[in-house]
Design a protein around this ligand. Sequence first.
Ligand SMILES: [Zn+2]
Ligand SMILES: [Zn+2]
Length: 150
Amino acid sequence: MASAFVFLALFLGALLAMEGVAYLTHKYLMHGPLWFLHRSHHEPHTHAFEWNDLFGVFFALPSIWLINEGVTHQSWMLPVGLGMTGYGIIYFLFHDVVVHRRIRLRGVPQWPYLRRIIMAHLVHHKTHARDGAQSFGFLYAPTDLTSDSR
Ligand SMILES: [Zn+2]
Ligand SMILES: [Zn+2]
C-alpha cells in the first residue's frame, strides 16, 4: 500500500468526486428515468421512509465492496471506498438531518457556506415535479442561485 499521502489524496479525491456523481445522478437519473423513486422525496408525506432512500442503499453497495476488496488486497480500493462512505455520511448529515430534519437537531451553525448550500437545496425543493427543478448539487452551490444552469 502506498504512502499515507497517497491514501489521503485518494480518500479526498473520491469524496469530492462523489459530489459530481451525486449531481449528475440527481439531475439526469433521479429527475429522469428514476423519477418514480425520487418523486417520494419531492412530495409531502408523513412516512418515516421514502422510496428515494433506496439511492443511499444503492451507493452503499459499491462502497462496501470497495472497502472489502481494499482491505483484502491492501489496495487503492480502500481509500476510494472510504471516501465514498465519507461523502455518504456528510450527505446524510447535511441533506437528511440539517435540511430535512429527519433527526431533530438544535444549534445548526450559521456558517455562510452552510447557509448557502441549505438555501440551494430549498430552491431545489420549490418544485414538486420531475421537470423544471434547479440546483441539483448538495455540498456545492454557486453564489448566484437564480441561474437556471444548476
Ligand atoms: Zn430532486
Ligand atoms: Zn431534499
